[in-house]
Structure formats: structure tokens, C-alpha cells
Design a protein around this ligand. Structure first.
Ligand code: SF4
Length: 405
């Protein structure tokens, strides 16, 4: 069981501890310290105490869930296209290198979450993880916050979903299978780039595509319906029919249950960063991107329709269309058999000694007010992967001018 108590932090191998925090962080009365370690060269962790763990999504948001948890802000996965980059400006950090290398860590998040979940007002609504930054980024190997979060949610009868690019998810699969005995648990892996050189260039801090597919397989083998988010599809880089076909072949072979996709979009703060990468690595594409994104953040509708015409038949061909809605979470599995397989595996989840990992003690709580009371939500596209449903996107005419290509 993970603990976030003070003793654990005292035992960390801290090699640099700074009182002179970055200006924005110094304003926080919850700031603890900044930490650098040899294991994470170039990355600074800024440890803070969170006052609460559950974030309520704004009413104007199109995402299909109400509550999120973000143990980390900033993300060393460093995806050039990351939609969450602008969120880093809130502490006077920039959306570029700082987003990749200055990671905020809510060290007490498990305790804060338990306090949130204990409130009488908590309705056990679905909670989404991975909606802003990746909960299984490299920092999680050091801070180990997710096991406590998973346990706290499961023990309180709260359904959860996790979206990640991190193969560290594998560490927690037994725990998630255990949690899935008590509450709905949805897992999604983000894999959009099936060209290794391109993936290393544009997602330089992420595990390889092969490693992520292996994690999908490990989760599927444990009985989870694993969704793969092909987000974002990059115009003229990953949107050809051969690339999409090869991608879906490998996703299917890995045992995923469904695929969701969306085209790249480039909000201010992200667009600058992506344009810099494109102009450096693929200047030959700059004129074509100028035509797509020169005036705004979203690829025009004609592009999105052309992409849909290429990918949707392939998704159907590989039987990866989301078709089955979970009555509790609204998340989509691909087939009834997959859901049955999932239920079967969850029912037999045991530890390495063959012992049951958890009693069914919390089922009663869930039956009273957890699953039955949970708002129906889908495991949806999120900031984490620049993912909004295409239907929610405007055409370029409605966008702000920002010419960077
Ligand atoms: S897209 Fe996701 S994995 Fe990549 S940097 Fe952003 S939060 Fe991290």
C-alpha cells in the first residue's frame, strides 16, 4: 500500500532542495520544495500540498465527465502537440520547455482525495484520470501516487477511468483488476503514431509505440476492455490509409476493444510549439499546414471529413468501433464478448499467490449509491490528447487568427 506520509519523503534521495522557488510557485502557500535527482536529469519536480484532489469540470466543457484528478501538472512525456501546454502558464511557467521539465507534484493527493471522498456531499460520480496531464508519466515511478488514488476511489465506491501513454500502468494492473471487482474501471491507452522515428521526434518522452501496445495486451489479457485513443491524427504525417491500416492492424493484434480518433488541433500556446517543430523537422509540410491551420486552431471540416472517410471503414473492418455502452460509466467496449471476457477476468482477479485481492465489502455501498447513482458518462476525449469530438469543433471560419506556419 502506498503511503504519502512524511516519512516516505524523508527517505527520498533528494540531491537538490531549493528554497528559491520559481516566482509563480513561491506565491503558493502550499509549495513545499523543488527537487532534482540524477534519475530524472533535466526535470525539476515542484512538490506542493493540494487542498483538494477532485476537480470539477466547468459547465461549459464538452467533455463527458464531471470530475477529474490530476496528480501532476506538466508532463515529461513532452508531446509537441500536447493540448494541456497552456495550462502551465498559471504559475508563470511557459507552455514549452517548462511544461516538459518543470513538473508540479501534489504529494499529498491521496490524503486530500480521501478527505474529498469522505464528504457527505460526494455522490460517487465517475472520476477521470489523465484528462490534463498523464498520471503515468515518469514522475509516477518516483512518487507512486496512483496506487493510493486507485484504492481510495475503489474503497469509496467511485467509478474511474484512466487515459495514459505510460507503460507504468502495467505496475497497477493487478490493483486495477482488484478495484474493478468493486467499481467500473475503464482503461484507455493513447497511441497515435506508428512510425518509430516520428514518434520519438514528436513524443520524445513517451514509451515506444511497441511498449504501449504491449501494455494494451497486458491489460486486455487481464480482462479489461482497453480503448485506444488515436489522438491526434497528424495531417500528412499519420493520416494516410497505409499508416492508419497498419496502426489498426497492430491495435487489433494487441487485443484492444475499441478505437477513438480525432484530428490534430492547435490552440494558442500549442500551435507555436507545434509550428516550431514542423518548421524544423518537416519544413516541406509548412505550406500545407499553413492552408489547414494558418488562420486558426482546427483543421477545416473538409479535412476532417476526408480523414473520416479513410479511417472509419478501417475501424469497421477491424471491428474496433465502440459499440457497447457500460450502463454505469457510459464507456464503450467493442463487443459483448469482450465485456463478458472482462467481467470474467475481473471476477477471478487474484494476486500472485492465488489469493483474492479484495473482499466484496464495498459492493453494498456501490449498490446503494455508487453505480446506481453515477451519472452516465463516456470515457471521452480530453485535454490530455488534444482530443475533442470532431462534432464539437468549429470550422476554421470561427477561429482566432494566428499565423505561425
Ligand atoms: S499529450 Fe498527454 S502524454 Fe503527451 S505531454 Fe500531454 S499530457 Fe503528457
Amino acid at each position: 500500500m502506498c503511503s504519502n506520509g512524511g516519512m516516505r519523503w524523508e527517505a527520498q534521495d533528494v540531491t537538490v532542495e531549493r528554497a528559491d522557488a520559481l516566482p509563480g510557485l513561491a506565491k503558493l502557500n502550499t509549495f513545499i520544495r523543488s527537487v532534482q535527482t540524477p534519475e530524472f536529469a533535466g526535470v525539476t519536480f515542484h512538490e506542493i500540498h493540494a487542498k483538494s484532489a477532485l476537480n470539477k469540470v466547468g459547465d461549459s466543457s464538452v467533455v463527458p465527465f464531471t470530475w477529474t484528478i490530476n496528480p501532476y501538472r506538466g508532463c515529461s512525456h513532452a508531446c509537441v502537440y500536447c493540448f494541456a501546454r497552456p495550462s502551465h502558464k498559471y504559475l508563470e511557467l511557459d507552455a514549452g520547455d517548462d511544461f516538459d521539465n518543470q513538473v508540479i507534484v501534489k504529494t499529498n493527493i491521496v490524503d486530500a482525495l480521501r478527505a474529498d471522498l469522505a464528504k457527505k456531499s460526494w455522490q460517487r460520480e465517475h472520476v477521470a484520470l489523465g484528462t490534463n496531464t498523464d498520471p503515468y508519466q515518469r514522475a509516477e515511478g518516483r512518487y507512486q501516487l496512483m496506487p493510493g488514488i486507485i484504492d481510495a476511489l475503489a474503497e469509496s465506491g467511485t467509478p474511474m477511468s484512466i487515459l495514459t501513454k505510460g507503460t507504468l500502468l502495467r505496475r497497477d494492473l493487478p490493483r486495477l483488476a482488484q478495484a474493478a471487482q468493486d467499481v467500473p474501471v475503464d482503461i484507455a491507452m493513447s497511441i497515435a503514431i506508428f512510425d518509430d522515428d516520428l514518434q520519438q521526434s514528436i513524443e520524445p518522452g513517451t514509451p515506444t509505440t511497441a511498449a504501449r501496445l504491449a501494455t494494451v495486451k497486458a491489460a486486455a489479457d487481464m480482462g479489461f476492455n482497453v480503448a485506444v485513443f488515436m489522438m491526434p491524427v497528424l495531417p500528412y504525417l499519420t493520416d494516410s490509409e497505409p499508416h492508419l491500416d497498419a496502426a489498426l492492424t497492430r491495435i487489433k493484434e494487441a487485443g484492444a476493444s475499441s478505437v477513438t480518433y480525432t484530428a490534430l488541433h492547435l490552440r494558442p500556446g500549442v500551435k507555436e510549439w507545434y509550428a516550431r517543430w514542423l518548421n524544423t523537422h518537416r519544413p516541406d509540410l509548412t505550406p500545407r499546414y499553413r492552408r489547414l491551420f494558418g488562420d486558426g486552431a482546427y483543421a477545416p471540416k473538409h479535412y476532417r471529413h476526408e480523414l473520416a472517410a479513410r479511417i472509419k471503414p478501417l475501424i469497421r473492418k477491424y471491428e474496433l468501433a465502440p459499440t457497447v455502452e457500460d450502463p454505469n460509466t457510459g464507456s464503450m467496449g467493442s463487443t459483448d464478448s469482450a465485456r463478458e471476457r472482462s467481467a470474467s477476468a475481473r471476477a477471478t482477479a487474484r494476486d500472485g499467490n492465488g489469493e483474492w485481492r479484495r473482499t466484496q465489502a464495498s459492493r453494498q455501498r456501490i449498490g446503494e449509491s455508487g453505480s446506481a447513482g453515477a451519472r452516465s458518462v463516456a470515457l471521452g476525449a480530453t485535454d490530455h490528447d488534444a482530443a475533442l469530438p470532431d462534432a464539437a469543433l468549429p470550422d476554421t471560419a470561427a477561429q482566432e487568427p494566428a499565423r505561425l506556419f
